[in-house]
Design a protein around this ligand. Sequence first.
Ligand code: FES
Ligand SMILES: [Fe+2]
Length: 443
Amino acid sequence: MNRYTNQQIADLVRPDRVHRAVYADPALFALEMKRIFGRAWLALGHESQVATPGAFFTTHMAAEPVIVVRDLKGEIRVLINRCTHRGPLVCHEARGETRQFVCPYHGWTFEPSGELRFVPMESGYAGGVCGRPDLALARVPRVASYRGFIFASMAPEGESLADFLGPIASSYDDMVDRAPAGEVEVAGGMFRHAYNGNWKLVLENHIDTVHPAFVHQSSVHAAREQPDSLATSTAAEIQIRQMRQNGAPPAVWERLGIFAGPNGHGYMGDYHSDDRLVVAMANPIFAEYRAALSARVGAERATEILSNHRFNTIVYPNCSFMSQFRQYRIVQPIAVDRTIVNTFSFRLKGAPDAMFRDTVAFANVVNGTASEVLTDDLEVYERAQRGLSSGQVDWVYLGRGLGGDVPDSPGLRRGGQGTSELPMRNQFEAWSRYMTADSEGGE
Ligand code: FES
Ligand SMILES: [Fe+2]
């Protein structure tokens, strides 16, 4: 039952602070699933995961289990993974390729387009049931892709995906333009981690430039103790450079570009330049990759592409990705205090194979379940959730850099300092808008 009026919800978000209830109240979480996750475009994955007719993967849109599938005509569909007979999941596999989805309960058989094709002992239904539109697997009403990345929205109407992304689409361009063949594809496995904390904590943390020196202190110290000469293998080099970078002096963080876009999106620029991290300019693999990219787009354009040092991009409310490092993280809220994050790595088509090994090495350092970096973040999310669940102190203070924002290119604001909490404030502006858009008292 919704016990919040729109005014009460709006009062939870102030210019420089938010009420702890936004992280801890199950009633608000239930409303978020409806009003934010039920309305926004949600990142689901990439077209390379459904490359051929009949290819599919299963995922969730908030609590809703869905199947993302390429139907036999080649169209990408997002189907509600629920049998229209008596309700079970029709598909239990994580991914695969099929000509049909067969419900395990009584064998109703659906086409990849969702249509009900076959029902055992159909004669028991007067007039038959096959082909009835109301008994097809329900379709998520809006599905769209940008540069191969698949999104869907439960809302039958609303802004286009292009309008939803606005200038943040440039982060997708950054990821794809880096591929010499002009395309990327999901490759390797997937990292899944879960934490006992609210879904917003990860989206805030990925664009929080103050925390690394503190949360990741132990790994910074460990990396500093390593001699530089250890960095002879790419994987070791990546690990040491990444960890040392987290311990950069405050002046470096203050110089970063921190950007806020529409709908709660944002990104962090300038964090890692290529000469500081993974694809070090002297690396022969990188030289080969650069040559392949230059051959396709010209040396000048290749330099332009590789000079973009964008780090984390947040596509609110369910995605955080690293275009420069080919990492795509999809956030799935489970409960007010439970969240799953699935991380995918991408291969740059046309790049040397060894570039993908760098990608996997980076994934292991930053997003792997045994990562020395990620584990620190997960620990702090859980401590935050425990603190926010205490009832004695109401407000969370987000005032760093308030009032210092400067307009940037169209649709973007830049933090007046690289450690500004502008991205968090921006996320809550979107939160408030989504959460109060329904008419008063609506569920
Ligand atoms: S519940 Fe699916 S076939 Fe009966
Ligand atoms: Fe972190």
